[in-house]
Design a protein around this ligand. Structure first.
Ligand SMILES: [Ca+2]
Ligand SMILES: [Ca+2]
Length: 370
């Protein structure tokens, strides 16, 4: 393998390593010059608003890539200062699936294009707003989230923290307004935006257990992140000294202690977040209580006659319920039933409800569906 290729692979690996956790939710580079998903508002009503353009040199060859711009001054038709109040509002940026605590960032490139002709800045002014609709009044009442009036003389990347909007659906407004000293150098002056994106980086301090299960579990495990405990119940007869849990932890985190197979006593598990923060979890496992043959008789099934549901007075130690029709055909089998069972699917008529315990003993009750 050549040294060049090795170096390239090393760089690629590092790029993947450092960027692995960052997700791009939305991006726009304007290279298609398609603003159909955008809402453009010419607030001052002079007909000059945000648009896309591609710069060309004297030979009509492109300089850079297409961008989004708004004029503050033009010598076209001797118009002069256009006193812009122009809005470019993004398509919906859907952060509804972004967990609270994630680092959400708006990124964009900005340049005061006049400065490419004349290094004396003319102080274009723009503001960024966030709202849950494209109504400019809503943006204004939500307040300015970012403002820049001494705009840079060459393309510069800016960022705005949007973490407060994790879990929401938002629109982002770029408003070019209140330009105090628009000048024509040599023909027009404007502000330009390019390479916008909204990126998400998961909270790297989380050391949570997000899912926990045993193949033998009788009920879904209960995870309590506040008390850092997991409570599991495994089916009657399970050997607590030989268990293998399936554990899922926060993105980027890992289980950093050995997981024992003996869960007879509470087990402590250490989870380490991506940033090194640790959290000690306590796992408590118990075995579902058995049901004596004599106890079967004490279990009641109500109401009788029934309609949409039947209810068991207790499910402790019940291994399954089998419902048969008057001809003896099984119409429903429910393993490890919950207290209330849906019977909407059954036709009106007579049924036999049989309750089994773990010893495979049972009792049968004649019931009527109305
Ligand atoms: Ca571009
Ligand atoms: Ca305008």
């Amino acid at each position: 393998m050549s040294r060049k290729l090795l170096l390239l692979l090393a760089i690629l690996y590092m790029a993947m390593w450092t960027n692995a956790q960052i997700t791009t939710i939305w991006s726009e580079n304007f290279d298609e010059e398609d603003l159909s998903g955008w809402t453009l508002v010419d607030g001052d009503g002079d007909g000059w608003g945000f648009a896309t353009a591609q710069m060309l040199d004297n030979n009509w060859s492109p300089i850079g890539t297409p961008f989004l711009y708004s004029l503050s001054y033009t010598q076209y038709d001797n118009i002069g200062d256009v006193f812009p109040d122009n809005w470019a509002i993004t398509p919906l940026v859907d952060l509804s699936s972004v967990p609270v605590g994630s680092l959400v960032q708006l990124n964009w490139s900005i340049v005061d294009s006049t400065c490419t002709w004349n290094p004396s800045p003319n102080n274009e002014n723009y503001s960024i707003y966030i709202a849950e609709s494209t109504d400019t009044n809503e943006f204004i009442s939500a307040g300015v989230k970012y403002n820049e009036s001494n705009t840079p003389v060459s393309y510069t990347v800016r960022t705005l923290n949007l973490s407060d909007y994790a879990g929401k659906k938002i629109y982002i407004a770029f408003r070019h307004h209140d330009v105090s000293d628009a000048i024509a150098v040599p023909f027009s002056s404007s502000i330009e935006f390019d390479d916008m994106s909204v990126t998400v980086e998961p909270d790297n301090s989380l050391a949570e257990i997000v899912s926990f299960s045993f193949a033998e579990e009788a009920l879904p495990s209960v995870i309590n992140t506040e008390s850092a405990t997991v409570t599991s119940v495994v089916v009657y007869g399970t050997n607590l000294t030989d268990l293998t849990p399936t554990i899922e932890v926060s993105q980027g985190a890992q289980v950093s202690s050995t997981i024992p197979s003996d869960f007879t006593n509470p087990v402590e598990i250490l989870v380490e977040a991506q940033n090194g923060t640790t959290k000690t979890w306590t796992i408590r496992v118990s075995v579902a209580v058995g049901l004596n043959d004599n106890d079967l008789n004490s279990i009641a099934v109500v109401p009788n006659p029934f309609n949409d549901h039947i209810n068991l007075s207790s499910t402790v130690g019940v291994s399954k319920i089998v419902i048969t029709n008057i001809l003896g055909s099984i119409v429903k089998t429910i393993h490890l039933p919950e207290t209330s069972m849906n019977t909407q699917g059954l036709n009106k008529g007579v049924y036999f409800v049989t309750i089994f315990n773990q010893n495979h003993n049972y009792k049968t009750i004649r019931m009527v569906k109305q």
